[in-house]
Write a protein that binds this ligand. Structure first.
Ligand code: FAD
Length: 475
């Protein structure tokens, strides 16, 4: 337990600032409130010190500053995690928001990305060469949190999870050392970082394999009336078994607000939506996607070839910073009549009109990686059910969170196992959740944790407990 007073911390933090390329932000500073704010407006926490790092050496100094005073440490990449673990009351926040550099080696088809970059930063740089890393579907999401938890996006079935394209990381360990981890050096750490979350150190840079996709993809959004939702999900389940890997799609139950950003045909309405991106030959894509477009008379069919960068922005209006968000998820294997009933019934009584239930099509390259190759053991599920509670009124927190939890519990028994840590609510199930997420890989993760972070310095995450000494000497 630290006995350091706030005044001592403030004085020491001002001294620390002199040694940094970046800066220190403290309570009372003008920048403090902006710097502690996260994307999820529910989170309102007051850290002791925010270190806005500029370099790996700054990150190292910040970690040493905190650990030498036994202060809690949180790590902020893009600040997008729903649970808000990036900012913790009384902690030293190692904040990488100003480390957003991206360097593409087009000839080698690799890209080095600093630990605070947003995925849009990387998309902009790689797309100049017709390349892409398979990240998520929202450009302001942090590369760091998304990658360390797995990473699912529009290219998932063609190229796998984001971690499947990760080649190397540079990280600062709990001991305050800068290490480079890849398949040849610190290979156990490298393995653990490919899905084990922020448990093992602060990643200051990632090197990814970038893939050739060109600059255009075929995008399709087919909106159907909500009363066709049952038939639409049953059809979707029979359809997706036949699709090539170049297609990554969703079936979504939800609604759009009654405001100008929503297309007039669906404004203020509930719907079932088939949302797809085809990243291969567009003519073949037209043929593959056609059944989704012809299934029933749509409210709106918005299908066409578009720049990939533009497609990465399609969700921009749906998730404003400072809105209130609580997201959970479950893997499932099938959409039988019982599951469809559960999803449609919950969608029909969601407390917020802009909440959605997202059925992520998995399979393809995601499923071709063995369960033990990365920490993420669940590779074979057919779908991920994303439960997205989105609302704006603080007075409605309880009912919106309750709705998501209720749906989560209603589908959890149908899960073939595993849990996607990037959509894990507030992590309130803690140990149970972590063990479910990592299954048979948990013991190995705990051993790597014991080797790199025996005191559990990095604990504000889906936390893996360091293996006890006897366990950690095995393997
Ligand atoms: P932060 O809140 O900054 O960090 C989250 C946690 O990651 C931290 O608490 C810390 O434990 C760890 N961390 C962050 N940076 C570092 C670092 N440099 N080194 C070590 N640990 C670090 N996920 C998908 O898979 N696909 C999607 O399409 C997708 N879309 C999303 C859209 C929106 C609008 C939002 C809000 C989230 C989305 N997510 C998606 C979920 C997202 O992947 C997670 O919320 C992820 O944690 C966000 O990472 P971040 O760096 O922005 O978050």
């Amino acid at each position: 337990m630290s006995t350091t007073t706030n005044d001592e911390i403030t004085r020491a933090a001002r001294d620390l600032a002199k040694a940094l390329a970046g800066r220190v932000i403290l309570p009372g500073d003008g920048a403090y409130d902006e710097a502690r704010a996260l994307w999820n407006g529910i989170i309102d926490r007051r850290p002791a010190v925010i270190v806005r790092a500029r370099t790996a050496e700054d990150v190292r100094e910040a970690v040493r500053f905190a650990t030498s005073r036994a202060l809690p440490v949180s790590v902020r990449g893009g600040g997008h995690n729903v649970a808000g673990n990036a900012v913790v009351d009384g902690a030293v926040v190692v904040d990488l928001a100003e480390m957003r550099g991206v360097a593409v080696d087009a000839a080698a088809r690799t890209v080095r990305v600093e630990g605070g970059a947003q995925i849009g930063d990387v998309d902009e740089a790689t797309q100049k060469h017709g390349l892409a890393v398979p990240f998520g579907v929202f450009p302001e999401t942090g590369v760091a949190g998304l990658t360390l938890g797995g990473g699912l996006g529009w290219l998932r079935r063609r190229f796998g999870l984001t971690v499947d394209s990760l080649l190397e990381v540079e990280a600062v360990t709990a001991a305050g050392e800068i290490v480079v981890a890849n398949e040849r050096q610190h290979s156990d750490l490298f393995w653990a970082l490919r899905g084990g979350g922020g448990n093992f150190g602060v990643v200051t840079s990632f090197t990814f394999r970038a893939h050739e996709i060109g600059t255009d993809v075929l995008f399709s959004a087919v909106y159907l009336p909500f009363d066709a939702a049952r038939e639409a999900l049953a059809f979707y389940h029979s359809y997706i078994n036949t699709t090539p890997d170049a297609l990554s799609s969703f079936a979504i139950l939800g609604g759009l607000p009654d405001d100008p950003h929503a297309p007039a045909e669906v404004r203020g309405k509930d719907f079932a939506l088939f949302l797809s991106v085809w990243s291969g030959d567009p003519d073949e894509g037209e043929r593959v996607i056609r059944p989704l477009r012809e299934f029933a008379a749509p409210l709106l069919d918005d299908t066409g070839v578009r720049p990939f960068i533009e497609v990465q922005h399609v969700f921009d209006p749906d998730y404003p910073k400072g809105g209130r968000y609580y997201w959970k998820s479950n893997y499932i294997d099938g959409l039988d009549a019982k599951m469809i009933d559960i999803l449609v019934e919950h969608a029909g009584r969601r407390p917020s009109p802009v909440s959605t239930i997202d059925v992520w099509q998995l399979g393809g390259a995601v499923a071709r990686v063995p369960a033990e190759a990365t920490p993420i053991p669940q590779r074979s599920a057919a779908y991920l059910i994303g439960i997205e509670s989105n609302w704006f009124d603080a007075a409605a927190d309880a009912e919106n969170i309750a709705w998501a939890r209720e749906l989560y519990r209603a589908v959890v028994d149908a899960s073939p196992g595993g849990l996607y840590v990037n959509f894990a609510g507030f992590g309130e199930e803690a140990d149970e959740l972590t063990r479910r997420a990592y299954g048979a890989n948990y013991a190995r993760l705990a051993r790597v944790k014991a080797a790199y972070d025996p005191a559990n310095v990095f604990r504000f995450n889906t936390n893996i407990k360091p293996a006890a000494a006897a366990e950690s000497t095995t393997g």
